[in-house]
Ligand binder design. Structure first.
Ligand SMILES: Nc1ncnc2c1ncn2[C@@H]1O[C@H](COP(=O)(O)OP(=O)(O)O)[C@@H](O)[C@H]1O
Ligand SMILES: N[C@@H](CCOP(=O)(O)O)C(=O)O
Length: 335
């Protein structure tokens, strides 16, 4: 944006307060590379207030929880950058901004923290705009996907549940939400190490054998059936042929845990680009068995991964956006 264009941006109203909550997401879910994602009930919370810059600093950022010490507090903060870009795209700017973030989603572990940050920023910015300048749901999905690059994270972050996405010929994305069978119980094993999505994507081959592509198509189709109405098929339905082996060298402990769990018949996958390992248990009884199996693996192997095990429910609700008017607690849910 040129200086002249920037000067023409209109300020959004000061004194607005919006709150957004966005779930963690598991990209790929095994064979759904870059196109299937699942929301988990682990949610980042963000409050954004527009302030009068004459009365204090132009930007203040408060962060608690995951990566609280690591993320920047300035204009380079991912949510701040996203808010600014989204306002500018609509012809507006923020006079002064205060952000209050409570992060629950671990960073760089394959749980879609960057998608959650981008979705939070886009929804917050949209709510700060005058109603007639706001983007609708479809436009919001396209813009978030463009900023993030991975619709398999963005779609479940926005809409919840399991979502199948596809690239249209014109470069936009479609999405279809698939209900998840009520008994399905996720188990997430999160290692201490981080792996950036960018680094993990750099390990992928530029082409794959036709037989692998064909086998993968069968498993991805089966996944959509299994997750909705046939959880007993989840183990074969989560077999991937496109990305997990290629990335294993960057996360050997995750690859080893994945192998151990799949050998026991559990539906384990690398979560997103890794290095966390997600298992979709068919019901809560199997979920407890998976947790015990991870515990045994941890005791028997000195892999140094320092696994943390979490059992969040499926995120049946996507992002939630509340707009607060004035100083009262009365809010309107607008997403
Ligand atoms: N809530 C957040 N606030 C600020 N930056 C964030 C937030 N979430 C993610 N990020 C940025 O995104 C990076 C992680 O993104 P990525 O490598 O795609 O991993 P993943 O999305 O799997 O957690 C973090 O290191 C941080 O720079
Ligand atoms: N389809 C993407 C998913 C990346 O998810 P993240 O949570 O690791 O950012 C990929 O496999 O690269």
């Amino acid at each position: 944006m040129t200086t002249g264009e920037r000067a023409r941006l209109r300020p959004v109203a000061t004194g607005q307060r919006v709150r957004v909550s966005v779930p963690a997401t598991v990209g790929n879910v095994g064979p759904g590379f870059d196109c299937i994602g699942l929301a988990l009930d682990l949610r980042d919370e963000l409050t954004v207030i527009t302030t009068d810059p004459g009365a204090g600093p132009a930007l203040t950022v408060r962060v608690a929880g995951e990566a609280g010490q690591d993320v920047p507090r300035d204009e380079t903060h991912l949510v701040v950058r996203t808010i600014r870009r989204t306002l500018e795209r609509a012809g507006y700017r923020a006079p002064g901004l205060h952000l209050d973030a409570v992060n629950v989603i671990p960073h760089g572990r394959g749980l879609g923290s960057s998608a959650a940050a981008i979705v939070s920023g886009v929804l917050a910015a949209n709510a700060l705009l005058p109603p007639d300048a706001r983007a609708d749901g479809e436009e919001t999905f396209q813009w978030c996907s463009r900023l993030e690059g991975h619709p398999d994270n963005v779609a479940p972050a926005l809409f919840g549940s399991l979502v199948v996405t596809w690239a249209r010929d014109d470069g936009t994305f479609g999405h279809a939400v698939v209900p998840v069978a009520p008994s399905i119980s996720p188990v997430m094993a999160v290692p201490a190490m981080e792996l950036s999505t960018e680094v993990s994507r750099g390990l992928l081959p530029s082409s794959v054998p036709h037989a692998h592509a064909a086998a993968n198509a069968g498993r991805a189709a089966l996944l959509v059936h299994a997750i909705g109405s046939a959880p007993e098929l989840l183990a074969p339905a989560t077999r991937d042929y496109l990305h997990q082996d290629a990335r294993a060298g960057a996360m050997p402990a995750s690859a080893e845990l994945l192998r151990t769990l799949r050998e026991q018949g559990f539906a384990a996958v690398i979560s997103g680009a890794g290095p966390s390992v997600l298992t979709l248990a068919v019901d809560p009884v199997q979920r407890d068995a998976v947790v015990r199996a991870i515990g045994r693996h941890r005791d028997e192997t000195a892999d140094g991964a320092r696994w943390t095990v979490r059992t969040p429910a499926v995120g049946r609700e996507g992002a939630r956006m509340e707009e607060h008017r004035g100083s009262s607690d009365i809010s309107t849910i607008i997403w």
